[in-house]
Structure formats: structure tokens, C-alpha cells
Design a protein around this ligand. Structure first.
Ligand code: ADP
Length: 426
């Protein structure tokens, strides 16, 4: 870049003097020096030239007719488009008073005529440089200001986010507290329910046994005295006694699941299945059920409860059969550090909307053609959850169902016990 260039263009100088000879002389000198020069003869012309194309610097004569240099400078400084242009007064007036006035109206320098050319150039260069630096500073200032604004806005946004986060944490804490309270209440009401079911079933058993005894006596001793219709009634009473006894038995064992005194032990999966199948021999034979199973892992828990779990699920798979003979397959895979068991059948299946419903106590879908109490799956769920797993069903009506349940591996149980031991050293 040439030494007299601003932003790639030649430095633009405006000279104002009402004396054409002076104007020409200065103009030629500056052009030779490499400046781009515009020369005007009056204050009016100077103002319009400065407005239409603001120069980088103005050399301004003071004594001019109509409008003197002070007035020109005053107007330039009062206009936002021209106020930044440095103005150097060039005048024959050399009184201190004149110079002071020149600075007062906004001039940056004052050169007295006759002048030394080198002095004019040196002063011009100095003010051009100063002005350039000042503009740069202003630009930087502006950038700084806008950066500060951006940062302030970002800080405000962050504070708002923080506030939202604080509110969210508070909300979650409240929800957690409410949940904990609800859980405690649920656990208490569950315990109450278990206790009630236990006592009620227990207390119902002895009057039921008495009714059953009298009905049997009636059947044995009164057979001859009673007509066929009455004998039928007695038969019905005995059947109902049996069914109620079964219901009480299941309810009692459901209520006592959490109070099992049997210790947890390592249980080979095959042994559990074989025991369950043995208990179901009659049903399997009657229904010509084909039951297959893969190699099953050993699990840790209460033996009688796991036999019960497999027995309930297999018994249902046989009971809720279709026309064709039941085909049932059991398997287990290791998945996400837990075992995933599955019991698949080719029975009647259920509609997906009842998938949760059937695990609730006394909830039955097929009440008409299939005998049952509605306690079996509730028992299964309680057993699985008691051993740290969960249970669910996937089913297609008319095609069959698969019951899934998870159980922690031995390693996982050991890890949990260690964490508990560390967490509760006493
Ligand atoms: P119960 O068999 O005594 O009715 P459960 O609690 O064992 O009670 O089962 C609840 C309900 O779930 C059953 O009444 C039946 O409608 C449905 N169900 C259970 N197992 C199956 C199955 N393998 N296939 C189709 N439906 C089933």
C-alpha cells in the first residue's frame, strides 16, 4: 500500500481557500506527494463536497467571504457524517486568539501562512495517522461493546436455564418424595392385605372342613332316605367345598409368599422343571401335551416357589389350549447380565390389551370354559419380583402365547449383596 492510501484508495484531501493561486499551489504540491486532492473556493462548496464524499482530511482557510473557516468547521463538526474528518486550519492569522478559536470550533491543528511545505506534510501525516488510529480504536470499541452485549445475553440465558433447572430439580425432588410416600403406603397396604388374606383364609378353612364333613356324612348315611334331586344337591355341596378349599389354599399360599422361611439356595433349572412336570403328570397325559426344554441355568431362590412358578405357567399353557394338542417349549438365555426365561405355547392366546391385567389377583379372561381361581399369574409375578426379576406376556390370539420372566444371575446377586454390605456396614 502506498504511504498515502487509506483502505487501498489514495488519501483523499479537501483544500478550502478563496484565493485561487493559493489553492492551486497547495493542490499541486499535494498531488505531487501522491494525495488525491479536491480544491474548493468557498465554505458552502466545502460543506457540500465534504457531505457528498467525505475526505480523509480538510485543509481549511479561515478568512473567506460569506462563511469563514470557523463557521465551516463548526458546521462540519455538528454533522454526524462529517464530524470525524480532521480539519487543519491554514491561515495568515497568527494571533494566539485565532489559534485558540480554531481549536475551540473543532480543528485539530493550525498552520500559519506562509508555510513550510514539509511542515504541512508532517502535520497532515500525523493527523491522518491519529485519525486512522482513532477510527480503529472506535471500531474495536464497538466490537468489544457488541461482544459484551452478546456475553450479557448469553449470561442471562444461562441464568434462565439455571433457574429452569433448579425448578426442575425441585419438581423431581417433590415427585420423588411423593413417590416414596406412595410406595411406603403401598407396601403397608400390601402387608395389611396379605395379613388379612392369610387370617381370612385360615379362619375359613375349619368351618369349610365341618361343612364338607357333614355333607360327606349326608352322602353316606342319608343316601337311601334322600331322593335323587337331594342327592344331587349334596354332590354339588361337596364339589363347591372342594373348589373353595382349593381357592383358600391358593390364597393362603399367595399371602404367605413373602414370609417363606425356606432359605435361598442354588437351584439347577432342570430339577425345577422336572419337579413341576411330575406334579402335572395327569394334565400332561390327559391333554397329550408335548413339552420340550433347552438347557436351563441354575438360579438362586426358594425352591418350592420356583417349582410353583414353572408349574403355574406350564399348567396354564396346557389348560388354555386350542383343538390341537398343546406344544410347549421352555428356554433361557443370558441377556444384559440377567437370565431371560421364556415359556411358549400354541394355545388360544390373549388380546394384547389384557397383557397387564392378567397378572392382577382374581383377574381372569376365560371364565366360561376354563376352571380356575385367577390367583396363578398373580402368584407368578410375586415370586419373580421377590427374586429381583419381572414377568410379562407376548401373545397373539388364536396362535399362542409366550410368557417371559427375568432373573438376576448368581454373579449379579453376589455383586448386589456386596454393594449392600458396603452400603450398610453395620
Ligand atoms: P386362572 O388360570 O386360574 O384363571 P391365572 O392367574 O393363572 O388364573 O391366569 C389369569 C388369566 O390369564 C386366565 O384366566 C386366562 O384368561 C389368562 N391366561 C393365563 N395363561 C394363559 C395362556 N397360557 N394362554 C392364554 N391365556 C392365559
Amino acid at each position: 500500500m502506498n504511504k498515502h492510501q487509506s483502505q487501498g484508495n489514495l488519501v483523499n484531501i479537501l483544500i478550502v481557500d478563496d484565493e485561487p493561486n493559493n489553492l492551486r499551489l497547495l493542490s499541486d504540491l499535494l498531488k505531487k506527494q501522491g494525495y488525491k486532492v479536491r480544491a474548493v473556493l468557498s465554505g458552502e462548496m466545502a460543506l457540500s463536497a465534504a457531505k457528498s464524499n467525505p475526505p480523509d482530511l480538510i485543509l481549511l482557510d479561515i478568512m473567506m467571504p460569506d462563511m469563514d473557516g470557523y463557521q465551516v468547521c463548526h458546521q462540519l463538526k455538528n454533522n454526524s457524517e462529517t464530524c470525524q474528518i480532521p480539519v487543519i486550519f491554514v491561515s495568515a492569522k497568527d494571533q494566539g486568539f485565532d489559534k485558540v478559536k480554531a481549536f475551540a470550533v473543532g480543528g485539530v491543528d493550525y498552520i500559519t501562512k506562509p508555510f513550510q511545505v514539509e511542515e504541512v506534510f508532517a502535520r497532515m501525516e500525523c493527523h491522518l495517522k491519529l485519525n486512522h488510529l482513532q477510527m480503529k480504536l472506535e471500531e474495536q470499541n464497538y466490537q468489544l461493546q457488541s461482544e459484551i452485549c452478546q456475553r450479557n445475553a448469553a449470561e442471562k440465558a444461562l441464568q434462565e436455564q439455571n433457574e429452569l433447572l433448579r425448578q426442575e430439580i425441585k419438581r423431581r425432588q417433590n415427585t420423588e418424595l411423593a413417590l416414596e410416600k406412595a410406595n411406603q403406603e403401598l407396601a403397608r397396604s400390601n402387608a395389611d392385605l396379605e395379613q388379612f388374606a392369610g387370617i381370612a383364609s385360615h379362619d375359613l378353612r375349619s368351618p369349610l372342613a365341618t361343612i364338607n364333613g357333614y355333607a360327606q356324612l349326608l352322602q353316606m348315611c342319608g343316601k337311601e332316605q334322600l331322593d335323587d334331586k337331594c342327592n344331587d344337591f349334596v354332590e354339588q355341596i361337596l364339589k363347591l367345598c372342594n373348589r373353595t378349599n382349593l381357592l383358600i389354599g391358593e390364597l393362603l399360599s399367595y399371602a404367605r409368599l413373602n414370609q417363606a422361611e425356606e432359605p435361598f439356595q442354588l437351584l439347577p433349572g432342570d430339577r425345577l422343571i422336572q419337579q413341576a412336570l411330575e406334579n402335572l403328570t395327569t394334565e400332561i397325559y390327559k391333554n397329550q401335551a408335548q413339552i420340550t426344554y433347552d438347557e436351563l441355568p441354575a438360579i438362586i431362590g426358594t425352591e418350592s416357589q420356583f417349582v410353583q412358578l414353572f408349574q403355574n405357567l406350564i399348567a396354564n399353557a396346557i389348560k388354555y389350549r386350542r383343538e390341537e394338542s398343546p406344544k410347549i417349549h421352555l428356554s433361557a438365555v443370558l441377556q444384559d447380565s440377567q437370565y431371560l426365561f421364556s415359556i411358549q405355547d400354541n394355545g388360544i392366546g390373549i388380546d394384547e390389551q389384557y397383557s397387564e391385567h392378567i397378572f392382577e389377583i382374581f383377574k381372569r379372561l376365560h371364565t366360561q370354559d376354563y376352571p380356575g381361581t385367577g390367583i396363578g399369574l398373580a402368584t407368578c409375578r410375586k415370586i419373580v419380583e421377590r427374586h429381583g426379576g419381572s414377568i410379562w406376556i407376548k401373545s397373539v390370539p388364536g396362535q399362542g402365547s409366550t410368557f417371559y420372566f427375568t432373573l438376576p444371575t448368581q454373579q449379579k446377586l453376589v455383586e448386589q449383596q456386596m454393594i449392600e454390605a458396603i452400603g450398610h456396614p453395620h
